[in-house]
Design a protein around this ligand. Structure first.
Ligand code: SF4
Ligand code: SF4
Length: 111
């Protein structure tokens, strides 16, 4: 059985929340509920001039990978609306090779 997922490369995630709003609108969800949420990590100073400050997309049990949109040949709404190209949708077998080991990446395969 083919399995699909979303590869998250959040190095350039700005925390803009466009993905969250896109999901809420696509799935008619009220404020406070979404298939994707953004965790803010930091800010704090690590050493020297380095800082920890990341925005990390995380997926929830509300995510159905936009089954209705995909049935029409469209990308998931969050992927479509992320201007920073943080989110990449595809077959798991095609996404795994894109994991570069550089960190700030995760592969999401909703149940
Ligand atoms: S994943 Fe993309 S759309 Fe979502 S907060 Fe990050 S930059 Fe914005
Ligand atoms: S894939 Fe669809 S349902 Fe899942 S978080 Fe993205 S917009 Fe929401």
């Amino acid at each position: 059985m083919e399995r699909f997922g979303i590869l998250v490369d959040y190095e350039w995630c700005s925390g803009c929340l466009s993905c969250v709003v896109a999901c809420q609108m696509e799935n008619d969800l009220p404020a406070g509920r979404s298939g994707v949420t953004i965790n803010e990590i930091g800010p704090w100073k690590i050493e020297g001039q380095r800082w920890q400050h990341d925005f990390q997309p995380a997926f929830t049990s509300e995510c159905n990978l936009c089954a209705a949109r995909r049935a029409k040949g469209k990308l998931p709404s969050c992927v479509q609306h992320c201007q920073a190209a943080v989110l990449d949708f595809g077959k798991v077998e095609d996404l795994v090779p894109k994991l570069s080991g550089k960190g700030r990446q995760s592969l999401i395969v909703p149940c």
